[in-house]
Design a protein around this ligand. Structure first.
Ligand code: ME8
Length: 633
């Protein structure tokens, strides 16, 4: 028998309660775990908390409590939230658990004996805010950002892990295992980092007391990342090693794709795995994070239901990319897709089945071309959804399914079952329509069960089942099988949100903590007449490719789809944006600007950006439902 599918989330720091960033990661892991169970696999799912280190020590001191007391409090927050959201992890690991502490010390000792860990003196720069040693290059970057005050000169005794010895093995592994990091563009960042050369890694501190002591040299505590990463080993049952899928935010990809495999290689335990690095939830352009004070807490959104929040996360965030959160966008999505979309389709279908067929699902006897086409679409969308979900792309999977659900709405409009019901001569046609709709909903309940376990179960029961949909498997599911009995009573799947009311009652999310200097607003430019203005061809584009122009820190070469064609555009936005974060963004393009050459590349257009002239460009973003080619006027 094959080993269980082993999936992990990062273990979260206990210096703060969870926000929707942490919640998103755990939902993603839970959805994937549930999906694999419904593929008939055994699944082992691990999550937990990272409790040692200076951040926690300081946060506890500020509250006048011990670090362990703080950890206990925050852990309770996490475990209650995960319970309320129906997370299906098997263990919630804490780095203060006894078996973990023993594991970390055992492995430290083993690598020390082997020579992969050695004691030496670190002399150089240290970043106080990151709690990390800083290379010369990083120091220059910080200085350029005006953050030199965060750096101090340091000389201290520390244990090093011989990371430099693993550079070649890591690069070889990257080359042989293109599946090691998803998505690809994030993998490139990792490769470039390692190709740039690896320095040995300090993994102990004498300045911190809240941590696991180095065995036999107790004035040192083991530095957090060596301690934290090993949780995946401690928390893994014997039969599940290695992890199949490790989900992380892009902020901690380097630790997982460089340090973690190197530790395991040193321990002789490394085996291929996949690390899936997702993007960030942003507030405007900024990462949502506690230190910026701009977080949204999950309770604010859970008022609309656990299923709704899970659905929103999976439907709105293309894995790997950043996404701006807006409360309005959240409500629009739920109203459009759950109240109007699936909810409306289910209630119409169920009430027609009750009204026209007394709750008994008919067998289709005669399908016309339209009925055939709809039945066929189901046969296509079902495996397509499964394949996309298997690639962890629930965003695309749900998109495909909802396109199909919209097509079903159109089918009802065209078939006009209410007219068919008036004449018994139309019975075969009405049977075909009702059976098609029933089958579509039944398949939908099954497909969305990992994403919306509660709503899927409600729908499943409305369709007449008394079983648990989550216990079914996708494999062998008879899409055109007959109903097992009469359908149940219709129940509303999702209550439409009164957006205006919610917005008026909403507590504003704290603005980013930094104080922005007063703007030096430029004067309005000279008046132009409307004809002159309309000569400028502005249109919506989507960025398909983006890469830095060699030898320039400012220029990015992009391929942009503007509806009619794809254009090469070079933009001076490289200081404000990483190429990876530009992919798939909608932008406004000046499409009839004369081409010009920038560092040898011909640029055919320009992207509109707002700017205060002093700091950085802010790309102008059309709303999500705009399409490449739309004119802006
Ligand atoms: O880094 N958008 O813990 P942490 C999306 N203890 N995801 C976000 C997010 C955002 N704005 N903010 C946080 C640590 N996350 C370490 C990990 S693992 C051995 C040790 C999610 O509490 C995302 O998954 O800072 C990110 O990687 C993680 O929370 C960081 O959580």
């Amino acid at each position: 028998m094959s080993k269980p599918f082993y999936i992990t989330t990062p273990i979260y720091y206990v210096n703060d309660r969870p926000h929707i960033g942490h919640t998103y990661t755990t939902v993603l892991a839970d959805v994937i775990a549930r999906f694999h169970r419904m593929r008939g696999e055994q699944v082992y799912f691990l999550t937990g908390t990272d409790e040692h280190g200076q951040k926690v020590e300081k946060a506890a001191a500020a509250r006048g409590i011990t670090p362990k007391a703080l950890a206990d409090e925050v852990v309770a927050n996490y475990t209650e939230l995960w319970k309320a959201m129906g997370m299906t992890h098997f263990r919630f690991i804490r780095t203060t658990d006894e078996d973990h502490k023993a594991q970390v010390q055992r492995l430290f000792k083993r690598l020390l004996d082997k020579g992969d860990i050695y004691k030496s003196v670190y002399k150089g720069l240290y970043s106080v805010s990151d709690e990390a040693y800083v290379t010369e290059m990083q120091a220059k970057e910080l200085q350029a950002q005006g953050l030199a005050h965060q750096l101090v000169e340091l000389e201290e005794e520390t244990y090093f892990f011989r990371l430099s010895a693993y550079q070649d093995r890591l690069l070889k592994h990257y080359e042989e295992h293109p599946e090691f990091v998803q998505p690809d563009f994030r993998f490139n960042e990792v490769k470039r980092f390692v190709e740039g050369g690896l320095q040995d890694l300090s993994i102990s501190r004498t300045s911190i007391s809240w941590g696991i002591p180095v065995p036999g040299d107790e004035k040192h505590v083991i530095y957090v990342w060596f301690d934290a990463l090993l949780n995946y080993l401690t928390g893994c049952p014997n039969d599940s090693w290695p992890p199949d899928l490790q989900i992380v935010g892009k902020d901690i990809l380097r630790f997982h794709a460089v340090y973690w495999p190197a530790f395991l290689m040193a321990a002789g335990m490394f085996q291929p795995t996949t690390i899936l690095a997702h993007g960030w939830w942003l507030m405007g352009e900024d990462k949502m994070s506690k230190s910026r004070g701009n977080v949204v807490r999950p309770d604010t959104l859970l008022r609309f239901g656990n299923d709704a929040l899970r659905f929103y996360f999976m439907r709105d965030m293309p894995v790997g990319h950043d996404r701006s959160f807006s409360f309005e966008g959240f409500m629009d999505r739920l109203n459009a897709d759950l109240a109007n979309g699936l909810g409306n389709l289910a209630s119409r279908t169920l009430s027609m089945l009750h009204r026209y067929r007394g709750g008994v699902v008919p067998l289709p006897t005669a399908l016309d071309a339209l009925d055939e086409a709809m039945a066929h679409q189901l046969l296509e969308v079902f495996p397509d959804y499964l394949e996309k979900a298997r690639g962890n792309d629930f965003h695309a999977a749900l998109d495909a399914l909802w396109t199909y659900l919209r097509a079903l709405d159109g089918y009802i409009v065209k078939a006009e079952p209410w007219k068919l019901a008036k004449d018994p001569a139309n019975d075969p046609k009405l049977d075909a329509v009702l059976a098609n709709l029933y089958r579509a909903l039944r398949a939908t309940a099954l497909l969305v069960a990992p994403v919306m376990p509660g709503m899927a179960q409600t729908l499943w029961e409305c369709l007449g089942h008394d079983t648990k949909v989550a216990e079914k498997t996708f494999h062998g599911f008879a899409l055109d099988g007959p109903a097992i009995g009469p359908i149940g009573d219709p129940k509303p799947l999702f209550q439409r949100i009164d957006k205006e009311k919610e917005l008026s009652e909403l507590e504003p999310v704290a603005a980013p903590a930094e104080v922005k200097p007063a703007l030096d607003v430029p004067e309005i430019r000279e008046t132009v007449d409307a004809d002159t203005f309309f000569k400028v061809d502005l249109r919506v584009g989507r960025i398909l490719e983006a890469e830095r122009v060699p030898k320039s820190d400012k220029l990015i070469r992009m391929k942009v789809d503007i509806g009619l064609e794809q254009r090469t555009i070079v933009g001076g936005i490289g200081k404000a944006y990483e190429p990876a974060d530009l992919l798939h963004r909608l932008v406004v393009v000046v499409a009839n600007l004369a081409p010009r050459r920038l560092m040898g590349i011909e640029s055919h257009g320009m992207l509109l950006a707002a700017s205060d002239n002093a700091s950085k460009p802010y790309l102008v973003a059309p709303p999500d439902d705009a399409q490449p080619g739309f004119l802006v006027k």
